[in-house]
Design a protein around this ligand. Structure first.
Ligand SMILES: [Zn+2]
Length: 88
C-alpha cells in the first residue's frame, strides 16, 4: 500500500478544471480493463465492465486486483496449454 503523503497541489487541480484531465495508463489490469492516472492532479480512473471510465474507488481497486489475479493465472494457463491441454 502506498501512502498519500503529498496531496495534489491546488494549481494542477485548477489546470484540470480549465483544460481537462490528462489521463495516462498507470496499470493494465486485463486486456480490457486499465487504470488511469491524471498526470496533473493524480486523479485515478478505471474501466468498468461496460467499458466506461469511472473513478477508481477503493472498491474498484479491490475488484481490479482480483481481476488482475484471475487474468494473470489465465494467461499463465494459456502459456502452459501447449504442454498439457484440456485439464479444466
Ligand atoms: Zn487532473
Amino acid at each position: 500500500m502506498k501512502k498519500t503523503t503529498n496531496r495534489p497541489a491546488l494549481i494542477p487541480k485548477m489546470y484540470c478544471n480549465l483544460f481537462g484531465h490528462d489521463y495516462q495508463v498507470s496499470k493494465r489490469v486485463t486486456y480490457h480493463v486499465k487504470e488511469y492516472t491524471c498526470s496533473h492532479c493524480k486523479k485515478e480512473l478505471t474501466t468498468d465492465s461496460n467499458g466506461n471510465l469511472i473513478e477508481l474507488t477503493p472498491k474498484f481497486r479491490e475488484i481490479n486486483s482480483i481481476l488482475e489475479r484471475i487474468y494473470n493465472s489465465r494467461t499463465e494457463r494459456l502459456k502452459r496449454k501447449s504442454i498439457a491441454s484440456s485439464i479444466c
